[in-house]
Every structure is written in structure tokens, then in C-alpha cells.
Design a protein around this ligand. Structure first.
Ligand SMILES: NC(=O)C1=CN([C@@H]2O[C@H](COP(=O)(O)OP(=O)(O)OC[C@H]3O[C@@H](n4cnc5c(N)ncnc54)[C@H](OP(=O)(O)O)[C@@H]3O)[C@@H](O)[C@H]2O)C=CC1
Ligand SMILES: N[C@@H](CCC(=O)N[C@@H](CSC=O)C(=O)NCC(=O)O)C(=O)O
Ligand SMILES: [Zn+2]
Ligand SMILES: [Zn+2]
Length: 403
């Protein structure tokens, strides 16, 4: 059996590097080291751009470290693996000597596993993983937050300068290296240019709804109708919510929200002067919503989402990521009187265990994915993809990393 001829060698390729907070990305020639033990090197074919990439690029991320290769919504093929990796398979070439009436040689070439990098690792061994209570895994999170691999070093170099990893994934590089606990193989018949979105946005939204008890038959309000908010709307439809109110300041989002299954759309900027969105929602829902979700990252919206919940039982989920230094507040009375404030990272989904099933659901038409891809860019035009995000018509931009 032979391997790809890049195995064990540095790969020189292109990546979009952010050299400093607030700067545009710059496509650079990057050297990617081979994977060490329990690491996987992946050829990234496609990546989505999530609002969280923009959040870190802009300098609002408390953990932001520069220079960095951003990106965490990718899809690719395993190029090579380090010692001890058993959960994914690399490209390999198998030579078979077959005897018939004469000797001849046959060669089989196996493509590496199609994979999705996971910014929420799943080691299955740590206290978190074994608790059965959370998808947060403690195995690599500390070094991941420092922009480093678990051995506290980086696999990326540009002109001799080390560059930081991002969210343990760095999918804005044609090749990236991730920890083996941070990658999952998926059905190769699923188009990576679509299912790369399961690496963050769609999965996050899906899990935030589906993993909560009681949404079936209940009223829901979703604040923010980007990829995450639309995903929450779609998942609420899937589980059978009775009424789904979409809230967004961007009027262009009404059509999107209704297409994804919202029964109502409210633009808070269009309310009569002085009327707060939470008061309006409480009024039109006979006391408030059973479930609300923040998908904006704005702490004032998070408060409104909590206060729009029904007294006694309403549950509000924070999905949006707030800028460094921002804090949430409300009158404690809101909680004393039975509302619950909770949060969700990656939708509570355990990536290695659950993403293959989500890919099958996509292939079987059970969950929407294609519908979120509104824009396509190439690595060389990736900055345009960041600008697209401000366009009301952009739900997700997928970047072709080969061009
Ligand atoms: N917890 C987790 O695991 C994850 C969290 N996130 C976070 O989720 C959030 C949403 O991400 P994404 O969907 O990609 O973002 P988008 O920017 O695509 O969508 C956010 C939407 O909210 C709208 N909005 C802004 N302000 C308000 C407001 N005051 N009231 C109502 N709507 C408003 C925006 O309008 P406009 O375009 O006009 O500004 C936009 O339509 C981000 O904070 C992101 O970082 C993302 C993935 C995973
Ligand atoms: N680095 C930020 C925190 C950012 C954050 O909350 N990230 C989400 C995922 S956002 C994806 O698009 C998350 O999963 N959080 C859990 C985690 O362990 O990071 C900061 O320091 O505020
Ligand atoms: Zn994301
Ligand atoms: Zn773990």
C-alpha cells in the first residue's frame, strides 16, 4: 500500500491570512506542516463564511490572535494522518498482484475520507464528553482558544512567520491540520460544497431547537434571520411548532423567513414610536412566547428575547456571539417569575457522533442545506464574501478553495 506523495512533507499552498484585527484577508503562499500524532491534514475544497469569522476578523473576539487563518465551516478530503489516528482514512493507493493465465498488476486508488472539521471537538474520553450533559469537549479547547494545536504549536508558516490556527479548523487554507478529535468523516456522495455548512450554521440552529424538549406545538420567536435564525425557523417547522415569529431589522429578510416557514414577521424598527419589541410580542401572543432564540449577537436583543418569553415557562436561548466586553442584563424578576435563560454552542451537537446522520438527513431530503447557499466566491475573492454578508440577500457564501 502506498500513500499520497505529499505524506510527511510540508505542503505549500494558498490560504487567506488575516494579519491584524479589522484588516481584510490577504491570500498568501503558506507552508503547512505534516500532521503530528493524533492530527489530520485535510485538503479543504469548500468553506462557508460564518458571521463568527467576521466577528474575529473585526477584532471583537476576546480570543482573537493575529496573524490567523480563519474559517470553521469547511469540507474537504483527508490527505494524510499522524500516528495513532484511527477515525479517518487518508488517500491511499493499493497495489494488487493478480494471477490469471499470466501475471499482471492492478492498482486501486482510494480517495481519502470526505470530512467536516469540527470546531467543537468530541474526544469521548474527557469529563465533558463522558458527562452526557453537554457537547462541549475539554480535550483541545484551551489550546484551540490560543490559536494553537494541542502541542501548543502552529502548523502554518508564511515567509517563515508562524500563523495562528482558528477554532481548531482554519478552513480558509487549501490545506489545514486539525486534531483527530476535531474531524468527522461523512458520506462521500454528499456534495462538500453544500454539506460544509453543516460544520457550523445549519447544525447549530438545528440542534438549538431539536435538542430542547417541548417545541412541538409551541410558539417560537426568532430574533435575527441570517443562516442561524433561518435554521432555527426551519428546525421549528420540523419539530411542529404552532407559530413561528421571525424578528429582523432588515426588511429583505421577511421573504426569506416566510420561505423557511415563519408564520409572522416583525420588523422592530417599524413599531410605533416607543413600543418595545418584547412588549409587542407579549401583546400579540397572549402573554409571551414559549421559546425564543437570539441569533444576532446583540445583547439588547438577547434581553428583548428573554423578556418576550411567557411568564412561568418561557425559555430563551442565546445563540448569537456578543462582542468582547459586552454583558447581558435583565431584571432578576424576569427569571424569578419563571423564564429561563440558556445558551447553545454548536447547537449542543456532538459532531463526530451526529454529523454523519445529519448528512444522511440532507441526502434523504429531511433537512434543508442547498437553500442556504445564496452566494459563491473563490479563495481569491474571499473578501467579497465578507462584504456579501452585509447584503440582505446573503444567507451563506460558499468559497471554492481551489480557485
Ligand atoms: N452559538 C453558536 O454556536 C454559534 C453562534 N453564531 C452566532 O450567531 C449569530 C448569527 O449568525 P449568522 O446567522 O451567521 O449572522 P447574520 O449576520 O447572517 O444574521 C444576523 C441577522 O440579524 C439581523 N439583526 C441585526 N440586528 C438586529 C436586531 N436588533 N434585531 C433583529 N435582527 C437583527 C441582521 O440584520 P442586518 O443584516 O441588517 O444586520 C441579520 O439579518 C452571530 O452572532 C454568530 O456569531 C454562529 C454560529 C454558531
Ligand atoms: N471566542 C469567543 C467565543 C466565541 C463563541 O462563543 N463561539 C461559539 C461558536 S460560534 C460559531 O460560529 C462556541 O461554540 N462557543 C463555545 C466555545 O467553547 O467556544 C469569546 O472568547 O468570546
Ligand atoms: Zn460559525
Ligand atoms: Zn471530550
Amino acid at each position: 500500500m502506498a500513500e499520497a506523495d505529499t505524506v510527511g512533507k510540508i505542503i505549500t499552498c494558498k490560504a487567506a491570512v488575516c494579519w491584524g484585527a479589522g484588516e481584510p484577508l490577504k491570500v498568501e503562499v503558506v507552508e503547512v506542516d505534516p500532521p503530528k500524532a493524533h492530527e489530520v491534514r485535510i485538503k479543504i475544497l469548500y468553506t462557508g463564511i460564518c458571521h463568527t469569522d467576521e466577528y474575529t476578523r473585526s477584532g471583537k473576539d476576546a480570543e482573537g490572535a493575529f496573524p490567523v487563518i480563519l474559517g470553521h465551516e469547511g469540507g474537504g478530503i483527508v490527505e494524510s494522518i499522524g500516528e495513532g489516528v484511527t477515525n479517518v482514512k487518508p488517500v491511499r493507493i493499493i497495489y494488487l498482484h493478480l494471477r490469471r493465465s499470466f501475471w499482471f498488476l492492478e492498482m486501486y486508488w482510494f480517495q481519502g475520507d470526505h470530512v467536516i472539521p469540527l470546531y467543537t471537538a468530541e474526544c469521548r474520553e474527557c469529563k465533558f464528553c463522558k458527562s452526557g450533559k453537554t457537547n462541549l469537549c475539554g480535550s483541545v479547547r484551551a489550546t484551540q482558544g490560543q490559536g494553537l494545536m494541542p502541542d501548543k504549536t502552529s502548523r502554518f508558516t508564511v515567509n517563515g512567520q508562524r500563523v495562528f490556527h482558528f477554532m481548531g479548523t482554519s478552513t480558509f487554507s487549501q490545506y489545514t491540520v486539525v486534531a483527530d478529535v476535531s474531524v468527522v468523516a461523512v458520506n462521500p456522495s454528499a456534495a462538500l460544497e453544500k454539506v460544509c455548512l453543516l460544520g457550523c450554521g445549519i447544525t447549530t440552529a438545528w440542534g438549538s431547537v431539536v435538542k430542547q424538549q417541548g417545541v412541538k406545538g409551541s410558539t417560537v420567536a426568532v430574533f435575527g434571520c441570517g443562516c442561524i435564525g433561518l435554521g432555527v425557523i426551519n428546525a421549528s417547522v420540523l419539530v411542529g411548532a404552532s407559530r413561528i415569529i421571525a424578528v429582523d431589522v432588515n426588511p429583505g429578510k421577511e421573504t426569506w423567513a416566510r420561505e423557511f416557514g415563519a408564520t409572522d414577521f416583525v420588523n422592530p424598527t417599524k413599531l410605533p414610536e416607543g413600543q418595545r419589541i418584547q412588549d409587542y410580542l407579549v401583546e400579540i401572543t397572549d402573554g409571551g412566547l414559549d421559546f425564543t432564540f437570539d441569533a444576532t449577537g446583540n445583547v439588547d436583543v438577547m434581553r428583548a428575547a428573554l423578556e418576550a418569553c411567557h411568564k412561568g415557562w418561557g425559555v430563551s436561548t442565546i445563540i448569537g456571539v456578543a462582542a468582547a466586553g459586552k454583558e447581558i442584563s435583565t431584571r432578576p424578576f424576569q427569571l424569578v417569575t419563571g423564564r429561563t435563560w440558556r445558551g447553545s454552542a454548536f447547537g449542543g451537537v456532538k459532531g463526530r457522533t451526529e454529523i454523519p446522520g445529519l448528512v444522511e438527513d440532507y441526502l434523504n431530503g429531511k433537512i434543508k442545506v442547498d437553500e442556504y447557499v445564496t452566494h459563491k466566491r473563490t479563495l481569491s475573492t474571499i473578501n467579497d464574501g465578507f462584504h456579501d454578508m452585509h447584503d440582505g440577500d446573503c444567507i451563506r457564501c460558499v468559497v471554492d478553495m481551489n480557485l
